[in-house]
Design a protein around this ligand. Structure first.
Ligand code: XBP
Ligand code: MG
Length: 254
């Protein structure tokens, strides 16, 4: 077993709770601005999360939930334009500092950096969204802490396909066995496990009923020294928050 060399993080739902009060709100703003009467409630959005990628999610909505909306050869262009507008609204929202990192994320990333651990991102969201979140919620300049940012349309097949993790591993020039992945959803864990990565899950309100079989550890959040995590599945080696020592232990076990 080689030493742990890199941590690969999903973004939405893992680093921050971006879906309900971030992406969903931005989609609705884009719909309204375009004069459409589409509205994604908190509940409906939970169902739409079955499909990753904002453009793919809108196409899925039209196909399954808004079948009365007339579709023609211009629909892909409409979706593209709506998605550009949604990205503008989303990055503007993040710039207000509205969405913080989840518990333990900053601490763990700082600890990892202090130990010289390599860091990467693997997400289906648009690259601008990643930068906006990191700069406003993790810290100015923090984008540079991540050696590889694998995001959005960089691979055609989004999660649950393993392609985005394969792409990140390729750029890192590392094998899956050298790394750990961090995810929050079933589509995410399918993707990371599909690339052969040992995966740690932190659930959220949209994903708590998902199937995480195959994950090394399932937690409610990463925890802090004064705010212990709850272990939902797996061995936490008697630790009460996710730290580098626990990650090394998880990496070292079969
Ligand atoms: C995140 C997504 C993204 C965001 C929206 O999934 O599915 O589509 O919801 O971002 P994961 P875009 O956390 O599994 O990567 O609108 O930029 O696609
Ligand atoms: Mg996610």
């Amino acid at each position: 077993m080689t030493a742990l060399q890199a941590l690969i993080f999903d973004v939405d739902g893992t680093l921050a709770d971006t879906e309900r009060d971030g992406h969903r709100v931005a989609f609705n703003q884009a719909f309204k601005q375009a004069g459409l009467d589409w509205h994604w409630s908190v509940e409906l959005y939970g169902e739409l999360l079955e499909v990753t990628g904002g453009k793919e999610r809108m196409a899925f909505y039209l196909q399954k939930y808004n079948t009365d909306f007339p579709q023609d050869e211009h629909t892909p262009e409409l979706i593209k334009e709506l998605h550009k507008s949604k990205t503008r609204h989303y990055t503007e929202l993040l710039a207000t500092g509205a969405i913080p990192m989840r518990p333990g994320v900053k601490r763990l990333i700082n600890e990892a950096r202090a130990q010289g651990m390599r860091l990467a991102i693997a997400t289906t969201t648009t690259p601008e969204n990643v930068t906006a979140l990191l700069e406003h919620a993790l810290g100015s300049g923090s984008t540079d802490w991540f050696e590889v940012i694998a995001a959005g349309d960089i691979v055609p097949a989004k999660k649950p396909a393993a392609d985005i993790y394969h792409w990140a591993l390729d750029k890192l020039k590392l094998a899956a066995a050298d790394c750990l992945a961090f995810e929050d959803s079933e589509n995410g864990v399918k993707s990371s496990l599909g690339a052969g990565l040992k995966t740690i899950i932190t659930i959220n309100d949209y994903t708590r009923t998902h199937d995480f079989s195959g994950a090394a550890l399932v937690l409610d959040n990463m925890g802090e020294p004064d705010q212990p995590f709850e272990v939902l599945a797996g061995n936490s080696f008697n630790e009460s928050y996710l730290n580098m020592s626990l990650l090394e232990k998880l990496h070292g076990t079969n």
